[in-house]
Ligand binder design. Structure first.
Ligand code: NAI
Length: 446
């Protein structure tokens, strides 16, 4: 559910009053519904490279209404800026300014997506400048969009084609309602691995997915979303949450595993349960996490150690067991839940920030260990998400956290779950060691 303020100001009299008073005006975001169109109107493909032509051809093949030049006053569902061939910052202007004049014609909840190359693989300082310039450009543009529209980017390593499988997978994710609360972010495609699903509504069909911390909140949403996408679910949570866990597992026709993930044998228990009950294990989502906030000056050992133990040490130990297992070798996927607190930091959360920054470090380092068997590992870093955890925050802090992002509202557990479902899919096989923020482009911090 969207928060009450957003409901009030997104239509009728409430909207008019908010506008007059200059109050934040969040809109109801377009979220994924099975069967819904990928975008809400024609798609403008801007850019004059061969890669841009390839993207336009691909989109036509997807049945989208594609424009290479904007038509006056036509409402656009999306603009794609293909900037894969820029060699110098001076090359950016033509495509960017042409797309810029069309921003006024964006429909509500439209999408802007850039496709470009990573600065690290640039052959010259000038091309590195052009490529890195797209980072600043995209993040600035995202802050200028309104009415639920978002801007995100795809970065291609080396000479990968604009139509490589995971570039197209990322493009579909960013265009769709699945990315409703992802704004001002990039996904990096590092290889040609991956494949688009034959059935785009059940991209996880045939997969067995373990979700930790699944009894409530974001974990329960992940279990439901992966199930909706076709996966068989093993829902894991502590024994004390057994009743809620059973309810979630039953609702997705999966199985429940009561387990404290900080136990030494947690990895072994997870593999054993998945293989014995479902015959295989394809996806592990490390979602379980706790907060024990205190200013560092008042931090006690218990608070510090428990957060490190659950939020990162448990994941490291489970991953060791997964990597050693013969049952986790078939294009397997690990997706970890980090937090923007692990990137930008948060007052009172040195322990939590250390654990979530740790998740990001772990993901980057483990990618190389997954690569030999076609596996990937990525993290999703949520910002402010409406859950029982954030409902406990003091009112004023909660309200500020909700509004201080480009979309001027908190995210829903489903928003985090959608990003995880994408990273767990075959379409994301060329994306590994990456961190995707689901934060509505939080304005404070990094
Ligand atoms: P929550 O507190 O509502 O749910 C966490 C679940 O993890 C609970 O069911 C809990 O029983 C389970 N859990 C805790 N310790 C466990 C253990 N040792 N073994 C097994 N299960 C355990 O939290 P929420 O909000 O759903 O958060 C989920 C994840 O998202 C966490 O990793 C959290 O740090 C992260 N996150 C949440 C944000 C938010 O705004 N809610 C923002 C950024 C990150």
């Amino acid at each position: 559910m969207t928060d009450k303020y957003t409901q009030l100001v997104s239509r009728g009299l409430g909207r008019d009053v908010a506008k007059k008073l200059g109050l934040p005006q969040p809109v109801q975001l377009r979220r994924y519904q099975p069967g819904a169109p990928l975008v809400t109107g024609p798609v403008l493909v801007s850019g004059d490279s061969a890669g841009a032509d390839d993207i336009a051809t691909t989109l036509l093949g997807w049945g989208l209404d594609v424009r290479r030049n904007a038509l006056p006053k036509e409402k656009l569902g999306a603009i794609i800026l293909v900037l894969d061939a820029v060699q110098h910052p001076g090359d950016l202007g033509k495509t960017v300014l042409a797309a810029g004049t069309s921003l006024r014609d964006l429909a509500a909840n439209a999408r802007v997506v850039t496709i470009s190359r990573t600065a690290q693989s640039a052959p010259t300082p000038a091309s590195a400048a052009a490529r890195q310039g797209i980072d600043g450009l995209l993040r600035s543009m995202a802050k200028e969009l309104r009415s639920g529209a978002t801007a995100n980017g795809i970065l291609l390593h080396d000479n990968l084609a604009t139509t490589s499988p995971s570039a197209l997978g990322a493009l579909r994710f960013f265009l769709s309602g699945r990315s409703a609360y992802v704004d001002g972010q990039f996904l990096t495609v590092t290889s040609t691995s991956g494949s688009l699903p034959t059935d785009s509504e059940r991209p996880l069909a045939g997969k067995v997915a373990v979700v930790t911390g699944a009894a409530r909140g974001i974990g329960a949403a992940i279990a439901r979303t992966l199930h909706r996408d076709g996966a068989t679910i093993v829902a894991v949570d502590i024994p004390a949450a057994g009743d809620h866990l059973a309810a979630v597992a039953n609702s997705v026709r999966g199985t429940a595993l009561q387990l404290d993930i900080s136990r030494d044998d947690a990895g072994h228990r997870i593999i054993e349960h998945a293989v014995e009950r479902h015959g295989r294990l394809d996806i592990v989502v490390h979602n379980a996490g706790i907060t024990r906030d205190r200013l560092l000056a008042n931090m006690d050992e218990g608070r510090w150690h428990s957060v490190i133990a659950v939020n990162i040490a448990a994941q490291l130990r489970i991953n060791e067991a997964l990597l050693a297992s013969e049952h986790f070798k078939d294009s397997s996927r690990i997706v970890s839940v980090a937090s923007t607190s692990g990137i930008a930091g948060n007052r009172g959360q040195t322990n939590y920030g250390a654990s979530k920054g740790g998740v990001i470090g772990m993901v980057r380092s483990t990618a190389a260990l997954m690569e030999p068997f076609g596996g990937t590992i990525n993290a999703v870093a949520p910002g402010f998400i409406e859950t029982e955890m954030t409902a406990k925050m003091p009112f004023a802090i909660r309200e500020a956290a909700r509004r201080l992002n480009s979309l001027k509202q908190g995210g829903q557990p489903q928003d985090v779950a959608e990003a995880i479902a994408f990273l767990a899919s075959d379409a994301a096989g060329g994306i590994s060691g990456d961190v995707l923020r689901v934060c509505g482009q939080q304005l404070v911090g990094a």
